[in-house]
Design a protein around this ligand. Structure first.
Ligand SMILES: CCCCCCCCCCCC(=O)SCCNC(=O)CCNC(=O)[C@H](O)C(C)(C)COP(=O)(O)OP(=O)(O)OC[C@H]1O[C@@H](n2cnc3c(N)ncnc32)[C@H](O)[C@@H]1OP(=O)(O)O
Length: 194
């Protein structure tokens, strides 16, 4: 069986994504979006602590260093955590460049090379197309350098949602913590009603 993904991507006709005029400037470091996010939050000791910056156009770059807490096989990153890292990077591209809240509807990962503990993955995520509320986005993760060997590829469908998605579905005690301490969320505003 061929390892090459052959399906057309995006799988439906799309419009070119438009970088929001108030999207972070190219080169800007992006803040964690939520202190208790497993992907980027400083409040999660064994989390991924992904750091992301904006690039030109509709691309962002994330960096994720694999620690002992992220192992699957001895000394190697767990594939599920790598998928989490890509979910975070892809979501950050959607949220920061389009500035509309969205959630992952579908996520595909392709694991090309093992990723040892201690590796820093350089993940470039790119918006590929928009069709109504649907946003198609893809990413590549390279070993230890911007031009390193590709180890993981991913692509995803995100669906834009209203703020009520989070308010109606989130655990009440966690929403209450946000109400008590809004600093837990990034203060960068997004347009909340697609
Ligand atoms: C600064 C900020 C930084 C922000 C930085 C943020 C980084 C966060 C990164 C982590 C992100 C996450 O993990 S988010 C958490 C994981 N994801 C979730 O919990 C989502 C759970 N799923 C849902 O809540 C729902 O299924 C939704 C919202 C995705 C869709 O439900 P809906 O709103 O009722 O809409 P629905 O009509 O079903 O779907 C809308 C369109 O999408 C299509 N669609 C929906 N799901 C799929 C699918 N799996 N595969 C194909 N297509 C799909 C439908 O066919 C439809 O197409 P058409 O008829 O329009 O053609």
């Amino acid at each position: 069986m061929s390892r090459t993904t052959t399906e057309v991507w995006p799988p439906v006709p799309t419009e070119a994504p438009q970088r929001h005029p108030e999207a972070p400037a190219p080169g800007a470091d992006l803040p964690q979006h939520y202190a208790y996010c497993f992907g980027c939050g400083d409040g999660v000791e064994q989390g991924l602590h992904i750091r992301t910056s904006a690039c030109e156009g509709v691309t962002i770059r994330s960096r994720f260093t694999v620690t002992e807490a992220h192992q699957g096989a001895p000394g190697l990153a767990h594939g599920g955590l790598l998928a989490c890292a890509f979910d975070e990077a892809l979501g950050a591209a959607v949220g920061n460049l389009l500035r509309k809240p969205a959630v992952t509807a579908k996520l595909e990962t392709e694991f090309v090379r093992p990723v040892p503990v201690g590796t820093t993955l350089f993940i470039d995520a790119h918006l590929d197309g928009v069709a109504g509320r649907k946003v198609y986005v893809s990413a590549e993760g390279r070993l230890d350098a911007e031009d390193g060997t590709v180890a993981v590829r991913a692509r995803a469908l995100f669906v834009q949602v209203k703020l009520s998605h989070f308010l109606e579905n989130g655990r009440p005690e966690d929403l209450a913590k946000i109400a008590d301490n809004p600093e837990l969320l990034t203060r960068r505003s997004v347009e909340l009603n697609p």
